[in-house]
Design a protein around this ligand. Sequence first.
Ligand SMILES: [Zn+2]
Length: 151
Amino acid sequence: MSESSCDSISNSMIMTCFCGELTRCFTSRTSLNPGRRFYRCSKPNVHFSLNIENCEFWRWEDSSSENSSIEVNLLKSKLEVATLKMENLSESLNAMKIERDNLKKKLENLQSLNYFEVNKSRNLEAKVLKLKMLCILSFTVFVVFVVAIFK
Ligand SMILES: [Zn+2]
């Protein structure tokens, strides 16, 4: 919308936008509403700037019920979109929770498997040690036997 700032600030109504800040008064220069004054969010309408967010509030100075209902409908559709987005987000959150629980279970399974494997290898180590001892003992007995024979 082509626009220009109001010349007479003194005549301006005091109106706050959705940001809670005072709105600025502009005069419309469009062919549909020439010279019609309206109030708008005072923040610049720059979308690529992340720091400045225009709340997109605007209202005709001589706001009729027709305009108000259009605005209400616009807000309603925005609310619907926001609600849909929220529902989608909560759905994906639930999906993520389920995935997290599955991963937790997998981790628990892996941990118990790991515990089992550790126990198994300890048992094997103990068996190997016993075998070693048996070998040494057998060899000692053999040596003693040989020495006794050749004495
Ligand atoms: Zn605002």
